[in-house]
Design a protein around this ligand. Sequence first.
Ligand SMILES: Cc1cc2nc3c(=O)[nH]c(=O)nc-3n(C[C@H](O)[C@H](O)[C@H](O)COP(=O)(O)O)c2cc1C
Length: 197
Amino acid sequence: MRHNLSDTTALIRDRRSISPENYSSRKVHQEIVEQVLVNATWAPTHGMTQPWRFKAFVGDGMKQIGPKLSEWYRMAAGESFSQQKFDKLVRRGEHVTALVVLGLVPDENGRIRIEDERMAVAAAAQNMYLTCTAHGIGGFWSTPKFMQLSAVKSFVGLPENGEVLGFFYMGYPEEGAWPKSHRKPLEYVTEWTTTAE
Ligand SMILES: Cc1cc2nc3c(=O)[nH]c(=O)nc-3n(C[C@H](O)[C@H](O)[C@H](O)COP(=O)(O)O)c2cc1C
């Protein structure tokens, strides 16, 4: 065994999505976000294209993106606009101390399918989640409709052929707010083949 399996399993199973509404006022510092992002870059990447691009907003940097969240929501919501959701995003933008916009820039010579580039970024997000968990930080990967606005893409400086794949919030949960979860037993999601016929 190269690593302690019970620690690894415990980390994977303890990983949770914890929404910003459950974060305390404790700040997430830049050094931690940096560790989270370095680990993100160790995700698998087809053809070593390393398509992930991170736009990290920390501390006072949040003042730039925080107020945009509700604004973008309003731009994208159209008929389905909800004042409650808008207000929630206003509060979220004021409360959160670290947010990474998950971006993608595809391989420039098109060697790798876009689906594979997206999967690589998703794997990077899982590394972010796990590193957050090790720190006792709650991560939250959110993929609102408004992430597809071209205003968002240009705000974070992604090129025309780039994509925004979500917003990854980070925060220390309030005491006792680390949720439990469950998964379907393996037999629901697995078919085994163990013989030759
Ligand atoms: C690609 C992706 C996008 C997600 N987007 C959202 C989202 O927009 N809003 C949300 O509440 N949760 C979002 N989640 C988090 C899921 O709700 C969460 O993973 C699920 O409830 C299982 O909980 P757990 O992550 O704590 O195990 C997303 C998860 C993934 C993998």
